[in-house]
Write a protein that binds this ligand. Sequence first.
Ligand SMILES: Cc1cc2nc3c(=O)[nH]c(=O)nc-3n(C[C@H](O)[C@H](O)[C@H](O)COP(=O)(O)OP(=O)(O)OC[C@H]3O[C@@H](n4cnc5c(N)ncnc54)[C@H](O)[C@@H]3O)c2cc1C
Length: 418
Amino acid sequence: MRVIVVGAGIIGVTTAYELATEGFEVLVLERRGGVAQETSFGNAGVIAPGYVTPWAAPGMPGKVLSHLFSAASPVILRPTLDPRLWRWLIRWVGECRAQRWRLNKRRMQRLAFYSRDRLHHLRGRHHLQYEQSQGYLQLVRSERELEQLAPVQALLTEDGVPFERLDAPACRRLEPGLSTLTPLAGGLHLPEDESGNCPAFAGALRREAQALGVRFQFDAAVQSLRIDGGRVTGVQQGSQHHPADAVVMCAGADSVMLLDPAGIRLPIWPVKGYSATVALRPDAIGPTRALMDETYKTAITPMGRRLRIAGTAEIGDRQLRLRPAALQTLIKVASDWFATAAPWSQAQYWVGARPMLPDGPPVLGSTPIQGLHLNLGHGSCGWAMACGSARVLADLLAGREPAIDLDGLTLQRYRRSP
Ligand SMILES: Cc1cc2nc3c(=O)[nH]c(=O)nc-3n(C[C@H](O)[C@H](O)[C@H](O)COP(=O)(O)OP(=O)(O)OC[C@H]3O[C@@H](n4cnc5c(N)ncnc54)[C@H](O)[C@@H]3O)c2cc1C
């Protein structure tokens, strides 16, 4: 069977690999010059299934409104006149109810835990190296914030996620590089969580996929899907028609452009985020695991001898422009914790757009168009959910029951309540 995968972000690359292991003839079409060049490029790299949670959460609408005019807030709403944004926001507010949040979180975590197992399987099988590190430490600056961690701890306990609550000296013993000048009340340490360089993983897995016969075509923007009599027959790319028996859409937020004409209307909105990457000085003591500054909702992740600092959720227009206030916050947080560890003025900045559905979980699997499948909408956790999502798609195309329950992870949930 000939399968076309549209998009070579982390979702497209993992999907192509898994499809090839099933013996399918796979062609990946990607508009950029290589793999993982868009949202998968500069993310925080954190894989923390116990923390995978929808942004549509109780209290979030109030938080967003209270920060409406604050340039340095971790969550920013910049309203535009685009009716699609308003429709997205209305649905998002509806999903912030406690009961919906709980349900959506369960769905995402089911996939994220499975995904971590699959990642370990692939890493072991191919000896993949992608600047990975083990453990995740959430830092809080004040006693008040430390108290606010109580509900988080209760949820982790309920979910059976191992963690330790640490006081400030214990955090500093784990991470001796942390500056003593910045107030630290304590933190939560999750030893089983991890992090890694997402594009490096995508590059390594691309080579394994190619070894299995997958063809990657770059600078190849797909213009439209070819559909005949309710079944997909291929895709149109420039003047070229690529025939296929099945197409898997992995084109992130821009998938909507190709799906709309096919009558599949998914409310995906690009929620922007920023990162800075900087090389550590040769003798500096950087973090040994991914850190999260809870006050600023900013991650600091070691990637070899570099630091990746990432954060901010900006709901607004679709333009990918660097916003100085957001970048300053990243550098402030990094230099608060690792004052002299890196030449901050030499940081490389990046902006990306999380392909976000209003409820949180992605959409996996078939569509009403025969042969057309989806693997998209992974929002803020696409790296953490990629390997599991890809395996699910490969199982479905091979006619096999996936290893996890897909309830709430398919297009069905949008067909029930359009
Ligand atoms: C600041 C920030 C921090 C983040 N941190 C984390 C984290 O710590 N952990 C985590 O799990 N996730 C994180 N994420 C989210 C994660 O990066 C995304 O969920 C993930 O990268 C989505 O992958 P994707 O393959 O769906 O999208 P993309 O990487 O955007 O890939 C889609 C690909 O499709 C291609 N494409 C689009 N349209 C076409 C077309 N018509 N023809 C051909 N190709 C096309 C694009 O060029 C692109 O390469 C973060 C995101 C941001 C912005």
